[in-house]
Design a protein around this ligand. Structure first.
Ligand code: ARG
Ligand code: ZN
Length: 893
């Protein structure tokens, strides 16, 4: 059942046109599909039968006809995963003749707990077809290289229960049938693969707006739908959509191409959102926002996901993937585009870069270091849904960013233009993208193509030396990766004078193409400090060569970090240098080494940053934050999450104690500054967001001082008063996060429990707020957190069938590393039990959750054995889904 990238074969027959009819009735929906089939390409292996994919678990075939004649069951073959019509019944491959196939199937959306295909979420019907959900709706060549015009999709349902009926493209007709039923017919003029198909039927409210495209002047009707109680939370999404449309015109000259753009918010959804042509479907968590229920991060994420799905209209829909191994062609490119969009919407691009690289390191580096490691263009899969990964998405975006770095802004744009000119309306490959970039710029990118076939995170090591006589600075790089041949790595470098601190050589991009390569910088009057990999110009681990005496090298290195943390002109690398110092201190603390020198550097950098009268509060907040445990863990061969947590906690406390009064003063200063904005309405501009971000980082430092009874009293009072005074979710949730990890005296406990109760009551049943209530508790740093989580599983508001809710408790707990990895293995047992239960409902969910156990090799002997034991139990589940089977067996291999 394993599918290989190299086994791609073109379609012997292609569906050219589709007409569908959905007759939606409670407990039974009838789907009739009329497919116009034409000859495709002879595969040359003698088998040119037409395969219509279809999952027998989901579809009941009622009838099938070919060219208006019913087919008898001996004329076709029905298997668990499809229906085969022999080529002998169809026109010859080369001819222009058409054949018409009509199928009628029965499906049951109400019982579809996998949330793939047509399913019911609350009171509405909706679809999710990527990657292979369409085969759970009808029999069809369900692969992206079959691009067809869906000329007529008719949806019929109860008028009272489902007044809104939506489809792809434009609405061409609607009307009533008797008193209680109605229908709508949708038509999409653009050929598309089946994974972009969508219908929705529900009792929905909406907000609308319009946008006139440039330069064509097409007036587009924009509408965003949700359940009626959420309609007041849609404005931010609408604003974001309009910004996205304008940005894509300004940046890439790409205009929207239909009369309508609809978005629907759905409660039960496996992923973030889906770019169906003209009809995006969004997880409510990525579209609904008001200050009472959404944090600043939620607002930012909504803007970026709205952008992401909108940008897919060109990078994904107009030009799509030939086969699923090419997924990064559309996802890597579209993530890159949404990152650039967000950066342009922000005060400073460095903030966005810091956030994106942090996320890459925390998730993608971990993936690359474990058994699910794969190149951005995978070589094989059992379930494609398992490859919607941080690697395909985030590392894929880094690969696209490298083209931009190598070719420059104009060169990249030329490549994009040529890509659309060549491939608009087609299903293509990563090689086609690379060829467009290369040809448009007249450059050779054949070595660069190795990024598509290399798994794992490459390491780049550098060494430097200054020669006074020749005034020359030498930078020598060596690279190591899973590829026997060297990669083409863009390394952005700037040089700062060691004495004056001035930048004497501004950023330039070095083309590292050899295993070992030396670059020279001439005309330098004195020694310099290099700032290497500026802006994180390649997704690699960068290390300074430790030749010679190890102690000396690292002393020198730390000195450079301290220098760069204070002076680098590159915002990203300035932050990075500070993080390196903190990382170094945390590891020394963990190994119980003498760390006075490092401590001095960290104190110096922290004190300076804290004292800055900030131009950018967000940068300041990130510079003061310690690297997360997940990123720190990536640097270790064997991870002891408990020890790592303790070491990081100790460093945090040491800093907090040293700077307590300054931190407190800054916190109070921000409190006053924020109150003086004379309004109770929350402000969502970059400055206000930055102020809250900084103030909450400071709160976190202040609240980690809780060793004595008095300290606990002070900390819990401070967090509790922020909790009570909060005028929006950001401050409220941050305060709650501090409170949930506090224990001890009666007053301390009652503040914690009081806040939790108040948070719950204020939620008034709002599912997205309740998710936060579950998450805060799952992420708490209390010795009995697992017992609390287990109790919450039985809470009336908890359910495994809603992915957001399930993630908010179970997945959140599995990311609470020090407790999930508790020595007794109870965390592993708990997760495995949940995974087994979820697998019966929703394989896409269970396999994601199961991913929490596959890294067992990295957690030492005892923990490793316990994790592996749970994986082995899961591997014996009967039945087990393909999705979970693939993850578990990779984990055990
Ligand atoms: N194409 C969607 C997006 O990135 C994600 C769909 C993922 N679907 C899945 N079954 N894994 O916007
Ligand atoms: Zn996407």
């Amino acid at each position: 059942k394993e599918i290989l990238r190299t086994s791609y074969r073109p379609l012997p027959y292609r569906v050219e046109n589709v007409e569908m009819n959905f007759d939606i009735r409670e407990g039974e929906t009838i789907v009739e599909s009329t497919l116009t089939v034409v000859g495709g390409v002879d595969g040359g292996d003698g088998n040119n039968d037409l395969l219509l994919d279809g999952e027998s678990d989901a579809l009941t075939l009622l009838s099938i006809s070919l060219n208006s004649k019913p087919l008898s069951s001996s004329e076709y073959k029905l298997t668990p995963d499809g229906l085969v019509i022999p080529s002998s019944l169809l026109p010859p491959i080369g001819s222009k003749q058409q054949a018409t196939i009509v199928t009628k199937v029965k499906i049951c959306p109400e019982e579809n707990t996998q949330l793939s295909g047509l399913y019911k979420s609350g009171t509405m019907y909706c679809t999710q077809c990527e990657a292979m959900g369409f085969r759970r709706i009808t029999y069809y060549p369900d692969r992206p290289d079959n691009m067809a015009v869906f000329s007529s999709v008719r949806i019929e349902a109860s008028k009272k229960d489902y007044p809104v009926l939506l489809g792809n493209g434009n609405r061409i007709e609607d009307g009533s049938i008797g008193d209680d039923r109605h229908y709508a017919i949708w038509s999409d003029p653009y050929p598309k693969p089946s994974y972009l198909f969508c219908i929705v039927a529900g009792n929905l409210s909406s907000i609308s707006s319009s946008y006139t495209t440039k330069p064509s002047g097409r007036k587009v009707h924009l509408e965003i739908f949700s359940e009626p109680e959420n309609v007041s939370k849609l404005q931010h999404a609408m604003d974001s959509l309009i910004k996205s449309m304008k940005w894509d015109e300004d940046t890439f000259g790409l205009e929207y191409d239909l009369e309508m753009y609809n978005i629907v918010a759905v409660n039960d959804f496996n992923m973030g959102a889906m770019e169906n042509k003209g009809l995006n479907v969004f997880n409510t968590a990525y579209v609904l926002a008001d200050p009472k229920s959404a944090t600043d991060t939620d607002y930012e994420r909504i803007e970026s996901v709205i952008g992401h799905e909108y940008f897919h209209n060109w990078t994904g829909n107009r030009v799509t993937c030939r086969d699923w191994f090419q997924l990064t062609l559309k996802e890597g490119l579209t993530v890159y585009r949404d990152q650039e969009f967000s950066a342009d919407m922000m005060q400073s691009a460095s903030v966005k870069r810091i956030e994106d690289v942090s996320a890459l390191r925390a998730r993608q580096f971990a993936e690359d270091a474990g058994p699910m490691s794969h190149p951005i263009r995978p070589e094989s899969y059992i379930s494609m849904d398992n490859f919607y990964t941080a690697t395909v998405y985030s590392k894929g975006a880094e690969v696209v960013r490298m083209y931009r770095t190598l070719l420059g802004k104009e060169g990249f744009r030329k490549g994009m233009d040529l890509y659309f000119k060549r491939h608009d309306g087609n299903a293509v490959t990563c090689d086609d993208f690379l060829a467009a970039m290369a040809d448009a710029n007249g450059v050779d990118l054949s070595q660069f193509s190795r990024w598509y076939s290399t798994s794992g995170t490459p390491t780049v090591t550098y060494d430097s030396k200054y020669e006074g006589e020749s005034k020359t600075f030498y930078l020598t790089f060596s690279q190591e990766s899973n590829n026997p041949d060297p990669l083409h790595i863009p390394v952005s470098v700037g040089l700062l004078d060691k004495v004056s601190g001035e930048e004497v050589s501004p950023t330039q991009v070095l083309n590292l193409k050899e295993k070992v390569q030396t670059f020279q910088f001439t005309g330098l009057d004195g020694d310099v400090v290099p700032s290497v990999l500026r802006g994180f110009s390649a997704p690699v681990k960068l290390v300074r060569s430790t030749k010679g005496s190890v102690g000396d090298a690292s002393a020198d290195e730390e000195k450079n970090w301290a220098f760069l943390a204070a002076r680098d002109t590159d915002g990203f690398n300035r932050w990075e240098a500070g993080q390196k110092l903190m990382t170094s201190l945390i590891f020394q603390t963990m190994r119980q080494e003498e760390s006075l020198r490092t401590l001095e550097y960290v104190f110096e950098a922290f004190g300076r940053t804290l004292g800055m009268d900030s131009v950018d509060y967000s940068i300041q907040a990130y510079a003061l934050s310690l690297p997360p445990e997940s990123t720190l863990a990536e640097e270790l061969d064997v991870v002891d999450p408990v020890a790592l947590h303790a070491a990081r906690g100790n460093v945090k406390k040491t800093i907090a104690r040293k700077f307590y009064s300054e931190i407190r003063a800054k916190y109070d200063e921000l409190t006053v500054a924020m109150q003086s904005i004379n309004t109770s309405d929350i402000q969502l501009d970059a400055v206000s967001i930055g102020q809250r971000r900084l103030r909450n980082v400071l709160l976190d430092y202040l609240c980690c001082i809780k060793d004595t009874c008095e300290e606990r009293e002070v900390a819990s009072k401070l967090a509790f008063s922020q909790f009570q005074a909060a005028n929006g979710m950001t401050d409220k949730y941050s305060a709650l996060s501090c409170l949930v990890s506090m224990d001890g005296e009666q007053d301390v406990v009652s503040r914690r429990e009081g806040a939790l109760q108040k948070f719950y009551d204020d939620a008034a049943g709002d599912p997205l707020v309740l998710n936060k209530w579950f998450s805060a508790q799952a992420l708490a740093d209390l010795p009995d957190v697992l017992d609390r989580v287990k109790t919450l599983v039985d809470h009336p508001d908890f359910t495994l069938s809603n992915p957001n809710r399930c993630r908010s408790l179970v997945s959140a707990f599995s990311m609470n590393a020090a407790h999930f990895h508790a020595q007794d293995g109870e965390g592993y047992r708990f997760l495995a039990r949940m995974v087994a239960e979820v697998d019966k409902l929703n394989p896409q969910m269970s396999s994601r959750m199961g991913g929490g156990l596959i890294q067992w090799r990295r957690y030492g002997k005892e923990r490793g054995a316990l994790m592996k034991g749970e994986l082995e139990k899961l591997s014996k589940l009967k039945p087990i889904s393909n999705d979970l089977f693939e993850v578990v067996s990779r984990g055990l291999k």
